[in-house]
Write a protein that binds this ligand. Sequence first.
Ligand code: ATP
Length: 449
Amino acid sequence: MEKDTLMEKIVSLCKRRGFIFQGSEIYGGLAGIYDYGPLGVELRHNIKQYFWQKFISGREDIYPISAAILMPERVWQASGHTELFTDPLVECKICHERVRADQSEAIEDHEKKHPKEKVEWSEPRVFNLLVGTKLGATEATATPVYLRGEITQGAQVNFKNILDSMHPKLPFGIGQIGKAFRNEITPRDFLFREREFEQMEIQYYVKPDEKESAKIFDEWKNMALAWYYGLGFKKESLRLREHEADERAHYAKAAWDIEYDMPDIGWKEAWGIHHRGDYDLKRHAEFSGVDMGYFDEETKERCVPFDIECSGGVDRAVLFTLMEAYTEDTMGDEVRAYLKLKPHIAPVLCAVSPLLKNKPELVEKAREMFAMLKKEFGRVAWDDNGNIGKRYRRQDEIGTPWCIVIDFDTLGENPEHKDTVTIRDRDTGKQERIHKDKLIEYIKGKISL
Ligand code: ATP
């Protein structure tokens, strides 16, 4: 029997343990659409928080916004998306299914559906990825609008609002996290290529100077890479790759990707760093008739800034983090699978248990400890199901860094250990006894490592 691939293991773990489910699953699901369960949404929240701290609240020069998902057609005409946001499609002449002509995996996967025949393909045809809808009371008066295909345009159309309300000086950035929608023809690889997904972005506006902007572009490449390493990736799992000339988006002066070496699949884009030049601001000035220039108070000069974009996929970060963290080893005589998640992103930071759940004095003490830790850290779970070994396996599988157990020694059965608890480390399985008053400090010290 063939062994499951890592992707199959992750998909199964995500469903079994409440991380991620197929969207509208009871109705057969929707391809490329996923719902996050209790643990997945915490993991995603922590990853977004880490982005927010590093690139927005941790800096003085980046202004956060939350732009709307629905935008008028004019925005997408100005940005070039109605015309150029396209993928080439080919149609299988046997079953008429359409797949991306530029994705050899999609072509090969499809050909496996017809093992006995030679698949012939139609000539490639262009297909627009924007998802449209209409707003308005009647068919006749309804206006076409689009669910944004990238969150970037939300920053571009608010550039002047930020200038007028916040009076920033160049260089400065606009940062946001939000949903984007693309009618991907071949959604695949779980969260990798979805039709509804989240992006986290910085549009960093700089003086329109080739040399200076190239320097700042390099800095953003390195900052984005460092951010990814902060999620716990091994050095060799990530790389920076420059786009070939024919891969570059229509607006890009320079484009690099941060790529992750997906096990069994290969190098795939995690984050794009694009030098968009003055393309977006100039196009919006032209299409809206509004001046998108910046006035420098010191030099008394006007300019249209260049935009360095750092655009990362939130769901891809979740998927890649799960793939990177998934570990199998042998502990004692048992083979176990666990998620080696860094404490700052783990959905549950620590789980608290009474050694036995039918001893009220243990439960009471454990509840006290649970309340104290919950108040301090929030991400704390109560776990009294099954025996201790089972609890450890379950917490290992969802990536909980520490399990804390209250036993009879805590209550003073061994006076030397009164008011101490055991704390077990997920990765080594080692247990330590520490005094309950030192717990918070102990955990805080480990999180900041
Ligand atoms: P790809 O070449 O993989 O289609 P892209 O170059 O079109 O991606 P961008 O437009 O640069 O992607 O979007 C920025 C980021 O948004 C990507 O780096 C990726 O992390 C994320 N992203 C883009 N498309 C999807 C998708 N369909 N599903 C999940 N995340 C996506």
